[in-house]
Design a protein. Structure first.
Length: 221
């Protein structure tokens, strides 16, 4: 593979997933079908990576895994400090009640999306693209920067960009770089996946609390 082919794969994967997201709608079970198909382009390249780069999937060096997990905890604490003002709102019941409640359907969609994004995005960016670029150029720092830029740009061109500020893109790039470095150190894709779930954890807590409030209000009615 060369750089242009990998960039084409990246563009086509994102374009296809967004096409599925916009077009698979307004028919019976379309939400479930859309949720499954949306990740299919990422799944395809993840399977390709499993055949080509299987040695770099689940390296089980206990010391490296322990150090990597400890590093993830430190990164999560840094993330908490970076976002402490926004995260405090998660314990503000008045704020939670003022924002729109989640229906059961919306809850399952958002919750599964946050978990699946952590899995499939890491398999695509950290496992497939990273190793594919490394097979072309062994400059690890350069490849870390390239894949982190692609990861960040992806969030800029999706509909969720309306919810992002410059500071959010800086966080995405910074944590993407850290997940790359921890992946290089451990050669275990579970490490960046866990890191990504940690990154999504505030949103996961938010929708869990919103759903709990919604259930309490429904029971009161």
């Amino acid at each position: 593979m060369d750089y242009f082919l990998l960039l084409y794969i990246w563009i086509s994967t994102i374009a296809l997933s967004q096409f599925i997201r916009s077009q698979v709608r307004n028919f019976h079970k379309s939400t479930i079908i859309r949720g499954v198909l949306f990740w299919s382009p990422f799944l395809f390249w993840s399977i390709v990576a499993c055949f080509k780069y299987s040695d770099y999937l689940f390296e089980m060096d206990k010391l490296k895994l322990s150090i990597s997990i400890f590093s993830l905890v430190i990164l999560f604490l840094m993330y908490y400090v970076w976002n402490r003002q926004a995260l405090r709102l998660l314990n503000n019941k008045d704020f939670l009640r003022c924002t729109p409640l989640f229906s059961r359907k919306r809850f399952y969609i958002d919750f599964s999306s946050l978990i699946l994004s952590a899995i499939f995005e890491e398999l695509f960016y950290r496992f497939f693209l990273f190793n594919a670029f490394i097979s072309i150029n062994t400059n690890y720092l350069l490849i870390c920067i390239i894949t982190s830029l692609l990861f960040t740009i992806t969030h800029f061109i999706t509909p969720e960009r309306r919810e992002y500020r410059i500071n959010d893109y800086l966080k995405l790039f910074t944590f993407s770089m850290s997940w790359n470095l921890l992946y290089i150190y451990s050669w275990n894709i579970l490490i960046p996946i866990i890191g990504h779930i940690f990154f999504n954890l505030p949103q996961i807590i938010y929708i869990l609390k919103k759903r709990k409030i919604g259930l309490n209000i429904e029971s009161e009615d």
